[in-house]
Design a protein around this ligand. Sequence first.
Ligand code: CU
Ligand code: ZN
Length: 197
Amino acid sequence: MKKYFLIGFLLLVASCSGVTGTGNPTPIVNRPAASSPSDETGDVQSTAPNAGRATATLQPASGSTVEGQLEFIEQGGVVTIRGTIRNLTPGPHAFHIHETGDCSAPDASSAGPHFNPTAMPHGDPAHEAHHAGDFGNITADERGEALVNATTTSITLLAGPASVIGRAVIVHENVDDLVSQPAGNAGARIACGVIKW
Ligand code: CU
Ligand code: ZN
């Protein structure tokens, strides 16, 4: 009789240490983002109630060759935007989220005004009064490349009044002065991309 108990115990240990985790009661938390998407169902990373990931591919507008790729990650009420924009003139360029996810017009005017769900004036994202879609400026280096790395609580990816899914990222020809209404006097729209899951 004791022998059977021992075998049962060893089987339990073996199943708990198995790679597949079958029967393993330990919840998997803080799983690295690099974990394989082919992992068994039950992966909490992609289905956590307050997390999500979206992307935007920026394409040229107004006769420019500006393009880029952005990633949006929401976690715990904070959205991080990361990526690279290329073929800019060196220096600062206004960077906004506009209301309408439509980049079809040659000058990207189809993207509409700045995303502004809280009815604020245009402004500096570091100050209280600004459009949710205001992100100030990105700065291109001598090669025309700008790295984007911003965090904000002004927007969400998850459904709600501040969700930017289906809206447009716009990069402008000129600098956003963070003061002029309604859009910082930033000039032509030189790249446009729709934010998608
Ligand atoms: Cu803009
Ligand atoms: Zn604005």
